[in-house]
Design a protein around this ligand. Structure first.
Ligand SMILES: [Fe+2]
Length: 335
């Protein structure tokens, strides 16, 4: 897709220099790391052009445009090669600079979108990774090295992010791996009022993904939930969200129409490259991953995106307060 903005090399280098002042690991001391972000936001080291850029994205969102791409963004000078048996442990060991994390942290802060995480993912880290993990090859989780069907992240969880932000750290040049987004408004545009009405009722549930089941073997299904939660907002994971056994025929028919709506809707597609920041809504649409052309499967399996989840504002974060683990605001428990 066309970038909203591409940093010049000079702008990128200036931001890299400011962000590299942050020596505090968000993986060891998130409180201190967050304080650095707050100080950065309130101080004068940040170029005004970067503040203006974030403000223009904020205003765009107020006007309903929710997908943005930034190119040539600041990332760490040294990107370690991770062992994909346990890439998180390897990241802790080998990543000693935090330019990408500081960039994602200040970006979320200036957009007034508090970060969130899950206690059972990456040990509750607010900066996680889109990487393949060897034991999940071919399975139903974001940590597979394969395609992913259209979904919201954590569809089966009661606390779901409003925005997903991806930063390209290592994106093999020879391979075309696309992240695509379908706007919920476009899908709903193909449905009748009656179909939207029945999809708005809790006639559906979602099977939990394979990683969630690994960490919580007793959790197989979400609670009963609607697919349509409001204007543009949907809760759905293709192949895993199904009607309840007690659902009326209309709920099945509406689901078929909804799935047709996904197929018919226009897609925003992007092949992330190093230094791309791609941010899109998690709930006001669906996203997927397609490996369109893989010329070097070993290289493709080493793809690494740094990722954050964020909530649309502080009030939304506070509405989830009962879910926070160990008193860490923004870090949700699994159930
Ligand atoms: Fe996802």
């Amino acid at each position: 897709m066309k970038p909203f903005y591409v940093f010049s090399d000079t702008e990128r280098d200036t931001l890299c220099s400011v962000f590299s002042e942050n020596k505090l690991s968000p993986y060891e001391n998130y409180g201190a790391f967050s304080n650095f972000i707050e100080d950065l936001a309130s101080g004068n080291r940040l170029p005004s052009s970067f503040r203006d850029l974030c403000e223009s994205i904020y205003l765009d969102r107020q006007n309903g445009k929710l997908v943005h791409l930034l190119g040539n963004s600041p990332v760490d000078e040294i990107i370690p090669t991770l062992d994909h048996d346990d890439p998180v442990a390897d990241k802790y060991r080998l990543k000693t600079t935090f330019v990408g994390e500081t960039f994602l942290g200040i970006f979320a802060y200036l957009l007034r979108t508090p970060l969130m995480s899950y206690k059972t993912r990456n040990n509750g880290d607010f900066f996680t990774d889109v990487v393949s993990i060897n034991r999940f090859r071919g399975m139903r989780t974001g940590f597979t090295d394969g395609d992913l069907i259209y979904h919201n992240d954590r569809t089966s969880h009661p606390v779901r992010a409003d925005f997903i932000t991806l930063l390209g750290m290592r994106c093999p040049k020879s391979d075309l791996v696309y992240t695509s987004f379908v706007d919920g408004a476009d899908i709903l545009g193909y449905l009748s009022d009656d179909e939207i009405n029945i999809l708005s009722q809790p006639w559906y549930h979602t099977v939990v993904d394979d990683l969630t089941r690994e960490t919580n073997q007793d959790w197989h299904l979400s609670e009963a939930h609607p697919i349509v939660l409001g204007d543009r907002t949907i809760r759905f994971q293709d192949t895993l969200t199904k009607p309840l056994p007690t659902a009326p025929t209309e709920a099945y028919t509406a689901l078929l129409e909804f799935k047709d709506g996904i197929v018919k809707s226009p897609k925003t597609r992007h092949c992330l490259r190093n230094g791309d920041l791609f941010v899109f809504p998690n709930q006001q649409g669906l996203h997927n991953r397609e490996r369109i052309e893989i010329n070097d499967s070993d290289e493709a399996s080493r793809r690494w995106l740094l990722k954050t989840y964020s909530l649309k504002d502080a009030a939304t974060r506070d509405s989830y307060a009962k879910y926070w683990a160990d008193g860490v605001v923004g870090c949700a428990l699994d159930f």
